[in-house]
Design a protein around this ligand. Structure first.
Ligand SMILES: C[S@@+](CC[C@H](N)C(=O)[O-])C[C@H]1O[C@@H](n2cnc3c(N)ncnc32)[C@H](O)[C@@H]1O
Length: 493
């Protein structure tokens, strides 16, 4: 697929969208500090005898501040390293103050899978459950791919947001080619369909300008929902990149990896099978699949996710380089303050030093737009969807595209619930949401030529705090379906 030119309007929306997301990241510290101030105000309202009893809370609030500054420090380093795919100094006149972003943001994280969104701020509770997927999270839908490939003497290549693999910080020499093989149209309508949000509640610290690409200004208004998304990303870091997330990864990713291993027993290093991972989140599953001996491509449409995964994949110098405090944002359901304030180091591995198969890439863009292209037809040996299917407005369309991109006899491995992200969206835009039962999903898959080979239910969590007194569990559907060539052809006629 060739690279597509963008209209000025598309480019302007892209810049606006990115500026808002960067502002949300940059505002993390201030928003968290406001929470601590709120705790302190409540503490001050206590009668003296109660205050005396809870004297240690004063110290806890100071510790919280330190944790916040550690989290913010990671975030600012991440923003420092971010290379925006568009010229951020343009389109400053685009109305950044309308806060016209989609409020039915949807968070699939612990934040995302439904009930757990209650773990988050008051704002999350009123949202539908795919907070990370609102149109404005999205990188431009040109499906640019970002490769992380290996070279013998330099393991530190990067996956950057512009589709250019290049050495970390330009320090290490070997540069990689640009692969822009994925392409798609920018959905201007998606960005246009916005609801009003509460613009007035918070304003970003105007002094926080992580890099010149932020110039001339960040949006002043950072809606609380955007800051919640940053908190979701912090939890996703634990799921994908911390030792503490290993249990969750064993529950979710291991059955998929075992199945790929079983289904492709004679993988050749010369001609490795290919695997597409739509909705790749922070990229760990796609990386693990690459390490298993597949040409693996993660696809992701959230800039929140892409900025973070790109940083971890490309800029990590050593395992456990970073320490964050992921659980500080909720005082609820903690067994102890120490549990709530415990540090988490990441990444548990050094991505560039892992056994990556040549051709690993992250492809930015909307799955529907990027992979509905003719050039993607029968391009993949395997498609892996993990906690992804229910992000669809129209799950039938997802299944149709999965069938289309698979080679004949290709396999589709899925693990996840059916917590449709747009199911409880409400508001003037009335997002489309087709919500099928598992039985109907299987029937639709059969229609598109899939034959069920393995089927089971898997108990798991999603970005859960393992030490909390509340953990939402999913009975996720796991399956392997094979695309039956003759049946899918018959369907086409
Ligand atoms: C619940 S998360 C799962 C992430 C990852 N697979 C995991 O298991 O941790 C769903 C992911 O799909 C992404 N996503 C949602 N709709 C998408 C679309 N149409 N195209 C590409 N990515 C999408 C979201 O941004 C989010 O990162």
């Amino acid at each position: 697929m060739g690279e597509r030119r963008y209209t000025e309007q598309e480019e302007a929306l892209e810049v606006k969208s990115l500026r808002r997301i960067i502002a949300a990241y940059a505002n993390y510290h201030d928003a968290a500090e406001r929470d601590v101030k709120r705790y302190e105000r409540s503490f001050e309202m206590l009668p003296p005898s109660h205050k005396e009893l809870l004297f240690h809370l004063g110290l806890k609030y100071q510790r919280l501040r330190w944790c916040i500054s550690m989290n913010a420090s990671f975030i600012m380093n991440m923003l420092e390293a971010f290379e925006p795919p568009v010229d951020m100094s343009q389109y400053v006149d685009v109305d950044d103050h309308d806060c016209g972003e989609d409020m039915h943001g949807h968070c699939h994280a612990d934040c995302a899978h439904s009930i757990e969104r209650g773990d988050f701020s008051r704002n999350s509770i009123s949202m539908s459950n795919s907070e990370l997927h609102e149109p404005d999270d999205r990188p431009r839908k040109d499906g640019k791919t970002h490769e992380l490939s290996r070279e013998t003497d330099n393991m530190n290549e990067v996956v950057d947001m512009e589709g250019c693999a290049q050495p970390v910080g330009d320090k290490l020499g070997a540069s990689q080619g640009i692969d822009k093989s994925c392409n798609g149209d920018k959905d201007v309508n998606a960005s246009d369909n916005r609801q009003d949000t509460d613009c007035t509640a918070y304003s970003a610290d105007e002094n926080v300008t992580p890099r010149e690409f932020m110039a001339p200004s960040l949006p002043l208004n950072v809606p609380p929902i955007d800051v919640d998304k940053v908190r979701c990303i912090i939890r996703n870091i634990v799921r994908d990149w911390a030792q503490e997330g290993q249990k969750e990864r064993d529950e979710c990713y291991k059955p998929i990896l075992d199945e790929l291993n079983r289904l492709f027993p004679n993988r050749s290093k010369q001609r490795p099978p290919s695997c597409l991972v739509p909705g790749a989140g922070l990229g760990r599953l796609a990386l693990e699949i690459s390490c298993l001996g597949f040409v693996s491509q993660g696809n992701e449409f959230s800039y929140y996710m892409m900025i973070c995964s790109s940083y971890i994949l490309n800029h990590t110098q050593e395992a456990n380089e970073w320490t964050i405090y992921p659980w500080i944002h909720s005082n609820c359901n903690s067994l102890s303050d120490n549990d709530q304030l415990r540090p988490v180091s990441f990444p548990d591995i050094h991505p560039s030093s892992s056994e990556i198969t040549e051709g690993f890439s992250m492809c930015a863009g909307d799955f529907v737009e990027v992979y509905n292209e003719e050039s993607q037809e029968t391009a993949w040996d395997a498609v892996v969807t993990c906690f992804f299917l229910d992000t669809a407005h129209n799950i039938v369309e997802y299944i149709e595209i999965i069938s289309k991109v698979l080679k004949d006899d290709g396999v589709w491995i899925n693990l996840g619930p059916l917590l449709y992200h747009f199911a409880d969206s409400y508001g003037p835009d009335d997002d489309m949401s087709i919500e099928l039962s598992l039985e109907d999903v299987k029937r639709v898959a059969y229609h598109y030529g899939f034959v069920m080979e393995v089927e089971k239910m898997v108990d798991t969590t999603y970005t859960a705090n393992m030490k909390a007194m509340m953990q939402n569990r999913y009975r996720a559907a796991f399956w392997t379906m094979r695309k039956n060539a003759s049946r899918s052809k018959a369907q086409k006629q």
